[in-house]
Design a protein around this ligand. Sequence first.
Ligand code: PXL
Length: 282
Amino acid sequence: MKRIVTLQDISCVGRCSITVALPVISAMGVECGILPTAVLSNHTMFKHFTCKDLSDQIEPISDVWETEGISFDGIYTGYLASAEQCGQVCRFFERFSGNGNLTLVDPAMADNGRLYQAFGEDFPAAMAEVCKKADVILPNITEASLLTGMPYRTEYDEAYIRELLERLLELGCGTAALTGVSYEPDKLGVAYLDRNGKEFSYFTKKCTQSYHGTGDLYASTVLGGLMRGLELGDALALAADFVVACIEATAGSKEPRWYGVEFESQIPLLCRMLEERLGEKE
Ligand code: PXL
């Protein structure tokens, strides 16, 4: 069985980061190790939250893993607590990547044109250094504009997306996959470009309601798919279909959208979709 490690926070309530990555990646048949970078009462979109930074644990934990000879088939990073922590995560990559393992960076730091409230202006440059180490990065358009310095646009054409992708590759990553791309009012999707010039895009229907944590759900599903041997395009498409199913399953919920999507009820569907697509590959 493949083993990955994910470096992101534990938000105890609110279905994001590790509380999404662990169940989803495990359900997909991949062992999911964790390196918690911070513990929060809940994520930062709630009105109140506590946050205990665990940066001082990254190095000692890494030391023990190295002593034990523990290795990972994949390393996946999400929300990181500070610019300094981005530096520590870069060192983690230096120690644990290589030997053909896969590094996936979701530069979770911004949405809808704005940096998350916990971050200062220096954060995107620090996250760009993490992206440099990645085989695959998965920013949304806001994050891509902050990483590249390109203007953030809500109205755009294919040339804008292509330029964003090219500029993202200049950061040094192997493949840039951009989420939240929409050329038609009722369609939403993902587009990627790799260093060999390979392009791909996939669109689903656009859901009317948006929920917190769906970016984390998306990235976790992509990682699970890749670890099970799906091609990147197939993993991106599977993750998009799964997130849509989760959003639809949540439509009847009376809870506020920052509680996230009810992905738990859709895990059997995810397993079926994964096996189906693995079967198609054979
Ligand atoms: O879903 C991204 C995320 C993860 N973790 C924490 C967050 C956020 C987004 O706001 O606050 C703590």
